[in-house]
Design a protein around this ligand. Sequence first.
Ligand SMILES: Cc1cc2nc3c(=O)[nH]c(=O)nc-3n(C[C@H](O)[C@H](O)[C@H](O)COP(=O)(O)OP(=O)(O)OC[C@H]3O[C@@H](n4cnc5c(N)ncnc54)[C@H](O)[C@@H]3O)c2cc1C
Length: 420
Amino acid sequence: MAHHDFEPRLAIPGRGAVALPELAGTLSVRERDLADAERDFGGHVHRRPLAVAFPATAVDVAALVRFGRAHGIPVVARGAGHSVDGQALTGAGIVIDMSTLGGVRPFGPDRISVDAGARWRAVVDATLRAGTVPPVLPDYLDLSVGGLLSTGGFGGASHRYGSQADNVHDLDVVTPDGELVTCSPTGNAALFDAVRGTQGRHGIITRATVALTRAPAKVRRHRLTYHDLGAYLGDQRRLVDELRFDHVDGQAQYVDGHWRFVLEAVSTQSPPIGDLRHDSAEIVEAAYRDFLDRIQPIEARLRSTGSWYHPHPRANVLLPGKHAEAVLAAAFSELTPDMLGVGGSVLLYLFPTARVAAPQVPAARDPYTVLFGVQRTAPPGDSVTLHRMREANAALHATARRLGGASYAYPLDATDAQAA
Ligand SMILES: Cc1cc2nc3c(=O)[nH]c(=O)nc-3n(C[C@H](O)[C@H](O)[C@H](O)COP(=O)(O)OP(=O)(O)OC[C@H]3O[C@@H](n4cnc5c(N)ncnc54)[C@H](O)[C@@H]3O)c2cc1C
């Protein structure tokens, strides 16, 4: 029995009303669903799909991909919709809203099988009850499993374990031909390699077996503040090389007319920091669950001020270690608060490139990859500032690529065009 919200047929421009495949889930042409699927977190690219599908099974996803292929229309997966340059949008096709495939199954001590539409929050909520956690997690838990694995997935533990895509045992994937295939390093390995890091281009991930490791109950957060960029980068690299902490990341902050740098190093222990070159230090103990969800209070504040809903022309680039300091010094000399926007932030941390083994996950051609994320927010309705921010982002992406770095969480067709 087919379940289509209004019509068992879909009107395709130039082809008329076409019969839809049988689905256990639903396919909607409701105004509200089309409007939701028309934009992403970036909020500055809009593409209205013909329909939005809510699959009940991976078989539905395969049927929709075959339908799109048969009728020459794009079919795009949408995870949590947190990309910022329209990657999960399509103007003339079907968006598959993966959130209806959000199952988290009973699991073992070292792995868990989850549907790709589940958010990392649901994964962590389940695994922490058994005292385990994925080795690498993003800063923000409300991203989808499939969206992040198909992008890469970096976090403060990447200096130890690489990307999240490096920490999965196998994946179920609907190929661009509409076939449902299980792949792993030992079975259909070419597909396993192709799909991780390519944002849906080589298939839609419908399920993943994610690796798990022991989770601590509490951690100590060491927040070290620097005024000197070189000292900051040098110390970050030292901590990463020595594996002195479990988690190392950091941010640049604009305070009193100057950039300062805050290195966050987290451990269950109290490793020494006396040899580091920070100007000040703050050490706080936190419940591990609260540490993992550290963006949540920031999100709540940005929602209450409204800036969470404003356009987010963000740029995340991966710089080669040997050029990072020069590129960053130039970038910070130009990056004024108005070009970051209210509620904007800057991420800055590094990891050894060799830790990233998944071949299509972007990284720099250098022993060290420096993640530089300029998380801008544009004032609503201000197209001039939005345009200036987007131009600055394009220049940053071009610089990174020219120097042997890479764009991260950026449309693949844009990076192809830049590389051409
Ligand atoms: C607040 C915030 C915090 C972030 N923090 C981090 C972080 O700590 N680390 C990090 O690495 N990144 C981070 N990102 C960036 C993030 O990696 C990407 O934006 C990611 O793709 C978002 O996941 P999503 O589920 O929202 O994907 P979507 O935006 O829904 O989709 C992203 C791309 O993946 C494709 N896709 C979605 N689901 C699937 C699937 N199941 N199979 C195949 N392709 C699929 C889409 O078609 C699209 O091309 C952050 C972004 C935001 C907005």
